[in-house]
Design a protein around this ligand. Structure first.
Ligand code: NDP
Ligand code: MG
Length: 390
């Protein structure tokens, strides 16, 4: 029996993970499930999987969760500390699928307590890749990439020598506004940005996909996971989302990972790693797809992607600032305080203020420095959002 916990069980990745576990219940002992504020779904999932414990991040919801689970024998807790405690409960495998920087500390805690970490929460790797890898190494646990592109790269690299890698190409659908002009992009509303052409995902990552911030985060995530040079990471627009990533080797050979846009393939790979189990998911039918298209990304219309390469060059805690400023800019866009293009503008200005000239942020990647950089990214980001919305 594999002991598993799911951090962010009520989200899109969390529910996809649960969908795989429910089909193979007898092989899993579900330790803890956590949610943010969706008590009903957390309780339903905990009962269905027979979890030992359920924790909700919003401490005002303790009584609601307790009532929803009364008589079930499932342990209940609430608050930020409760999420940390749930992450610390002994498990073999933990899914890190809380959205945003809030997922960082629970992921670190899970690894420190001996669990392999399936990492959907790309923000952890962007903000704290060095610390994440050091924590995994110290505790002799694995970080299994669960973002589709990174799972794809990981799979293409199996059995290959890392020193033979010439380049890595990650694909981007281009989102719903792929061909929009700058003038049109300036008019995009949150409702328009909440619809992804191929993938069904949480609201925040869907909007990040439309702005290409998601791909920017993934460029940084690629560097952290696979430790290659900035110039070896390429992004290609591929509207069908069938090829997720490719690895090119020094001899010119290129290995592509191909699959339908269904996160359960990447999650299932991480769940059973290093085995491959038969999964009852849709198979790709190439003849139904017919054709695959590729084009270059436009860094002028989608500056969020260009900023990610600036962040790679800056190194240290720049990823934490990029992500934090992006999170507050995304909040402001959802609240209709700033426009679609203002998100990248706010992040650009924040990076500029914190890193141009004498940088006062300590670049060493320890948790204090990362949390400080995250705080500064939010603080300066909010100031720039104010200025942009004035
Ligand atoms: P969702 O918004 O669907 O789910 C987010 C989860 O995090 C929910 O369980 C939510 O709880 C919980 N949560 C939110 N805020 C907090 C908090 N402060 N403390 C504790 N829990 C919190 O997101 P996704 O599932 O789409 O994405 C999750 C992560 O996976 C993100 O990092 C995303 O970038 C990454 N990812 C997602 C993909 C996808 O296909 N969805 C693909 C690749 C990566 P509640 O809903 O109860 O409030
Ligand atoms: Mg992805």
């Amino acid at each position: 029996m594999k002991r598993v916990s799911i951090l962010g069980a009520t989200g899109s990745i969390g529910q996809n993970t649960i969908d795989l576990i429910r089909r193979d219940k007898s092989n899993f002992d579900v330790v803890a499930l956590t949610g943010g504020c969706n008590v009903a779904l957390l309780a339903k999932s905990a009962i269905e999987l027979g979890a030992n414990h359920a924790a909700i991040a919003d401490d005002r919801l303790y009584n609601d969760l307790k009532d929803a689970l009364s008589g079930s024998g499932i342990g209940v807790s609430a608050g930020r500390q409760a999420i940390a405690q749930a992450a610390a409960m002994p498990a073999d495998w933990v899914m890190s699928s809380i959205v945003g920087a809030a997922g960082l500390e629970p992921g670190l805690i899970a690894m420190s307590n001996g669990a392999d970490l399936a990492l959907a929460n790309k923000e952890s790797m962007v903000a704290a890749g060095g610390l994440m890898k050091a924590t995994a190494a110290e505790n002799n646990v694995l970080i299994l990439p669960t973002d589709s592109e990174h799972s794809a790269i990981f799979q293409a690299l199996m059995g290959q020598s890392r020193s033979a890698v010439e380049r890595v190409i990650i694909t981007a659908s281009g989102g719903p506004f792929k061909d929009w002009s700058n003038a049109e992009l300036a008019t995009v509303t949150p409702d328009q940005a909440m619809v992804h052409p191929n993938w069904s995902m949480g609201t925040r990552i869907t909007i990040d996909s439309a702005s290409m911030f998601n791909k920017g985060l993934e460029v940084i995530e690629t560097k952290e996971f696979f430790e290659i040079e900035d110039s070896q990471i390429e992004v290609v627009i591929h509207p069908q989302s069938i090829i997720h990533a490719l690895v090119g080797f020094h001899d010119g050979n290129l290995l592509a990972h191909v699959g339908p846009p269904d996160m359960r393939h990447a999650i299932g790979f991480a769940l059973y790693y290093p085995d491959r189990k038969p999964l009852p998911l849709n198979r790709l039918e190439l003849t139904k797809i017919g054709r695959l298209d590729f084009s270059e990304p436009d860094y002028n219309r989608f500056p969020a992607l260009k900023l990610a390469y600036d962040v790679l060059e800056l190194g240290g805690v720049a990823g934490a600032v990029y992500n934090a400023a992006k999170e507050v800019a995304l909040d402001a866009f959802i609240a209709r305080q700033i426009g679609f293009l203002d998100m990248a503008e706010a992040v650009d200005r924040t990076l500029h203020r914190l890193f141009a000239g004498a940088c006062e942020l300590n670049k060493d990647q320890n948790l204090d420095n990362i949390l400080h950089a995250d705080n500064m990214g939010r603080k300066i980001g909010r100031e720039e959002i104010q200025a942009l919305s004035a």
